[in-house]
Ligand binder design. Structure first.
Ligand code: MG
Length: 402
């Protein structure tokens, strides 16, 4: 139900890319809490047409886009009387993202598919609320250059980056001493190196705190997810890598923290509910508003603990730092090789430590392009997928057993 003072600000028009995914559906959940504040103007999805149809019936967007032409034709027929415009493919998602009515584009597509529409949205002067990690990890240099050029706002939808963003409100970059990205440690935090050598994907697929998909669960187990977040933080908050540290915090109550130059630390905490960072990004720069989400109770967490990371146990994190230092197209290679390796691990074609071995070898074979164009980033992504795929095939399950 909406709040009584919903009308205080004019309606914000939102385009949501990736509406049928986990972040997409949670974004619509936030929108429906504040019907007087947000209007969904456009939705873009892949091929979950059933869910998209429900979303169209509930939120009445003016236009939508799907992956395939065939699906678009069916939807066009189904919603004929509603005057809904239905697009498809790369061009369609860009149209949804750049509609003149739209103020904020929420990007929650999966993977690299988010890059082109994000750049198009920035060029069309939209505020971008970004959930898709690959957009900044693979193409951070291009995206940030464009953000600066067009002077548009980039708002993070990720628990850690939203936390840092909130800690930094009203502060300048010069005041930052260290950004502490908190990390649950993943499902394998307490396992030894020896145990991890033979660990199976099924053992990772029960993540303690956040409800996530298979790919991201493995990324949490290898800590590559945290590696990606380091790279995202570097771009978002314009700080050198040396100022970004990871601290293991198994309870995941503190979503991240910033230490300032005077030694004072501001941390952000709250329930593990992605709708909070989403709400913060959608309302920004306006004030906080009450919602009906479950509240945090301090007494539920009598003890919070913190540990240093064991980089030897989780080499993926070191690889992320390495790719970030090398810059250029290396981070695109990092994400693409990781995608392939994780996929193989999930199919039991690669061991746990085979994942970093595949990534490391792919990175070593890569000819880095400094200051890449977006096309070169996409080319590097394809090259890395092919190369990593070959490495998986050649070495199979034995690969990475050192
Ligand atoms: Mg996160």
């Amino acid at each position: 139900m909406g709040n009584r003072d919903d009308k205080k600000y004019s309606m914000k028009n939102i385009a949501l890319l990736g509406s049928t995914g986990s972040i997409g559906t949670q974004t619509l959940d936030v929108v429906s809490q504040f019907p007087g504040s947000f209007k969904v103007t456009g939705l873009a999805a892949g091929s979950n047409i059933q869910l998209l149809k429900q979303q169209v019936s509930k939120f009445h967007p003016k236009e939508i886009s799907v992956k395939d032409e065939g699906d678009a034709a069916i939807l066009q027929k189904d919603f004929k009387k509603d005057n809904l415009k239905v697009y498809f493919g790369d061009e369609g998602i860009v149209r949804v993202a750049t509609n003149p009515r739209v103020e904020t584009v929420a990007v929650a597509t999966s993977g690299l598919a988010g890059i082109k529409p994000t750049l198009a949205a920035i060029r069309a002067h939209k505020t971008v609320a970004l959930a898709t990690k690959e957009v900044l990890v693979s193409a951070g240099s291009v995206v940030i250059t464009e953000i600066k050029k067009k002077k548009v706002k980039l708002l993070p939808i990720d628990s850690e980056h939203s936390a840092i963003f909130q800690c930094l409100e009203g502060k300048s970059t010069q005041e930052i001493a260290t950004i502490y990205l908190t990390c649950s440690g993943g499902p394998f935090r307490t396992k030894t190196f020896k145990e991890l050598k033979n660990v199976k994907a099924s053992q990772a697929l029960k993540h303690p705190t956040w409800n996530m998909g298979k790919k991201i669960t493995i990324d949490s187990a290898t800590l590559m997810n945290k590696g990606f977040e380091i790279i995202e933080a570097m771009w978002l908050f314009k700080v050198p890598l040396a100022k970004i540290k990871v601290i293991v915090h198994p309870q995941s109550v503190i979503h991240s923290a910033v230490e300032f130059v005077d030694g004072s630390i501001i941390a952000q905490l709250g329930p593990a509910d992605m709708r909070l960072p989403i709400q913060h990004a959608l309302f920004y720069p306006h004030e906080r508003r009450p919602n009906n989400f479950k509240r945090f109770r301090f007494s539920d967490y009598p003890a919070l603990s913190f540990e240093e990371l064991d980089l030897d146990k989780f080499p993926c994190l070191a690889l992320a730092y390495q790719a970030a230092r090398l810059g250029g197209t290396c981070c695109a290679v990092l994400t693409a090789a990781n995608d392939v390796a994780v996929e193989a691990f999930l199919k039991d074609e690669l061991s746990f430590y085979g994942i970093p071995r595949v990534i490391e070898t792919t990175l070593a074979k890569h000819r880095n392009k400094k200051r890449p164009k977006i096309e070169e980033i996409l080319e590097s992504d394809l090259w890395a997928r092919k190369t990593a795929g070959q490495l998986v095939k050649i070495s199979g399950r034995g690969f990475g057993r050192r």
